[in-house]
Design a protein around this ligand. Structure first.
Ligand code: IMP
Ligand code: MG
Length: 174
């Protein structure tokens, strides 16, 4: 594997995003919602890069078998613990690829009447987009390569790498 974004660059960018979020939001807590499992590392660093009060929660989503992801068949595997009605919600994701996951999730969360609803993603692969997703905070735009590390996995491995790396022998994808 080859390093695409070294840990120091990730950390510097996450600090910038935290400062940007601090400036943008009104008084009161920001509800950070991480999508399990990949976004946990980004959430932990982003929350600490912010000075304003943050609450955290987790949501689990599964997309059906490889061939079906693009058809938008997604389901919740773990729901939020608390209501988000009237809250300033920031969904934290590791990577936006086809956009199917976030397109679905935003639809679900909007129905719960948060005061505001935005997305922060560490990585964005715009070339692969199939569904529109309105992302407010992007760490890095990356080319269409399969990446691992800093929460991102290949078959559940490599999430604990501090750098974001490209798998040289890329797995087959839909
Ligand atoms: P989307 O619904 O296609 O946008 O999928 C987003 C999800 O696919 C992410 O949350 C990741 O779990 C996974 N994913 C997409 N691209 C990559 C990658 O390059 N490496 C690891 N996981 C990826
Ligand atoms: Mg994910």
């Amino acid at each position: 594997m080859r390093v695409l974004i070294p840990a120091e660059r990730i950390q510097a960018r996450v600090r910038e995003l935290g400062a940007e979020i601090d400036r943008d939001y009104p008084e009161g807590p920001v509800y950070l919602i991480a999508i399990l499992k990949g976004a946990c590392f980004f959430l932990a660093d982003l929350a600490r890069a912010m000075k304003r009060p943050a609450r955290i929660d987790f949501i689990g989503i599964s997309s059906y078998g490889k061939g079906k992801t693009s058809s938008g068949e997604v389901k919740l595997t773990k729901d939020l613990d608390a209501s988000i009605e009237g809250a300033d919600v920031l969904v934290v994701e590791d990577i936006v690829d086809s956009g199917v996951t976030l397109n679905y999730l935003m639809h679900v969360l909007k129905q719960r009447r948060p005061r505001s609803l935005r997305i922060a993603t560490l990585l964005d692969k715009p070339e692969r987009r199939l569904r529109p997703v309105d992302v407010t905070y992007v760490g890095f735009q990356i080319p269409d390569e399969f990446v691992i590390g800093y929460g991102l996995d290949f078959a559940e491995n490599y999430r604990n790498l501090s750098d974001i790396c490209v798998l040289e022998d890329p797995p087959t994808r839909p």
